[in-house]
Design a protein around this ligand. Sequence first.
Ligand SMILES: Cc1cc2nc3c(=O)[nH]c(=O)nc-3n(C[C@H](O)[C@H](O)[C@H](O)COP(=O)(O)OP(=O)(O)OC[C@H]3O[C@@H](n4cnc5c(N)ncnc54)[C@H](O)[C@@H]3O)c2cc1C
Length: 428
Amino acid sequence: MSLAFVCKGRPASFGTCGRALPRRGFCTLADRVRRASYNSRMAQSFERSFDVCIRGAGIVGRTLALLLARERLSVALVDTAGSRAPSHSDVRAYAMNTASRTLLESVRSWPDPEHATAVLQMQVHGDQGGAVTFDAGRQHAEAMAWIVDVPALERRLADATRFQPLVDVVKEPVAAPLTVVCEGRASSSRAEFGVEFDVTPYGQTAIATRLRCERPHSQIARQWFTADGSILAFLPLEGDQGNSVAVVWSIPHDQAQHWLQSDDAPFVQKLQELSEYSLGTLESIAPRASWPLQQAQARRWCGDMATADGHRQHWALAGDAAHTVHPLAGQGLNIGLGDVAALARILGERQGWRSVGDMRLLRQYERERKSALLPLGATMDALQQLFARRESPLQTLRNWGMRGFEMSGPFKEWVARQAMGLQPPPRP
Ligand SMILES: Cc1cc2nc3c(=O)[nH]c(=O)nc-3n(C[C@H](O)[C@H](O)[C@H](O)COP(=O)(O)OP(=O)(O)OC[C@H]3O[C@@H](n4cnc5c(N)ncnc54)[C@H](O)[C@@H]3O)c2cc1C
C-alpha cells in the first residue's frame, strides 16, 4: 500500500496533542498518524455500546459508575454540568457511616483525614434537660461517623471516574440495556418514566453554613432539639484538632427568610444561645445556603418502557431520585450509597446469561432497598414530628422519652449500630 502525503476532505480538527490538523495539502507523517488516531477515537466513541447508562453525576451516580466498572461493566455517566469542576460553594459536610466509608474506600474515593473528621461522640439534647449520648468506644468502633467535606468528596470521585477507562462521561443519555437514574430529588427522568413521587413536606427549611468556634470541637457532633421546634446540628470539621463546625439548622419556613437575610451578628448570637455556648463564642466563616425539607419516596424503583424504535428500556432509581429523608439523623446519602452498593452487588452476582436489565434482578434490588429504608425513614419521620410540636405535654413526654432511651441499654446500642451501618456487636 502506498503512503499518500496529501490529506483531503474534512475541516481542521484537533488531534491528541491539541494542535490543529491541516485542512488539505501537504501533511507530515506525524500529522497523518495524529489524524488516523483521531478518526479511530471518534469512530470508537460513535460505535461504543454501553452496559449501563447512569443519569446524574452526583455522589451516588459517580459511586455507582465506579462500582459497576469494577464488575467489568461499561458505563456511560450522564453529566449535564459538563467538565466543570465540582462546586466549591456547597457549605455542607455529610455525616457518613462506616458502611459508606468502606464503600468509598473500595473505589479509592475517601477524602484525606483533614476532610473527613472522625466523630468520637454524639450528643443529642432535648429542650427540657433530656439528653442522649452515643459513644464510639461503647460500640467497639473507631468512630460513630465521619464528617466529610462535600466538595472534597466530589473532587475525589471526579478524579476516580476520570481515570476509570470503563466509565465514559457523556452529555446526553445513551441507549443501554439498563438506565439507572441518580438525578436527585427533582429528577426529570423519574417523571419521564411515569413514576409517582409521594412527597410529604415538613414545612421546614434547613439552613447550612460553617462557624469558627472559640473552643475545639473535641470530635463531638452536637444536636439540639429546641423548644421552638427547630433542630440545630454542629458537625466537627478539619480533623481532630479542629475548631470549626458545619451547621445544619432546620427551622419553620416562616422564620427561614429572616435568618437567611439577617446580618452575621444576630444570626451567630442566636446560634450561640441555642447551642448553650458549649463551644464558646462563634464566628461565621461561610455563606448561608438553604434547602426545603421533605420526606419522599418513589412508588416504583424499577421498571421498563417501550422506546420509539420498538425496544424495551429497563430502568432503576437510586439515591435521592428514589427517596429523601429529613437530614436530622444525617442518613440521606448513606441510604443512597446503600442503594448503589446493593445494585452493583446484584448485577455483579447475576448468572452469565441474564442481562443487566433483567427485571428479576431489578425487582430484587427494589425489594431489598425498600425494606432497608422503611425503619430508618419511619424513625426519622417520627422524631421530626415529635420535636416539631410545641405543646407542653409533648415537650415533657419527649424529654422523658430521651431519658428513658438513654438508659435503655441494648435498644440504644441497636439504634446506634443501625445508624452507624454496622453489623450486630461482637459477642463478649
Ligand atoms: C442540609 C442537608 C444536610 C444533609 N446532611 C446529610 C448528612 O449529614 N448525611 C447524609 O448521609 N446525607 C445528608 N443529606 C442528604 C444528601 O444531601 C443527599 O442524600 C445526597 O446528596 C443525594 O445524592 P444524589 O447523588 O442521589 O443526589 P444529588 O446530590 O441531588 O445529585 C444529583 C446529580 O444529578 C444531576 N442531575 C439532575 N438532573 C439531571 C438530569 N436530568 N440529567 C443529568 N443529570 C442530572 C445534578 O446536577 C446532580 O449532579 C443532607 C441533605 C441536606 C439538604
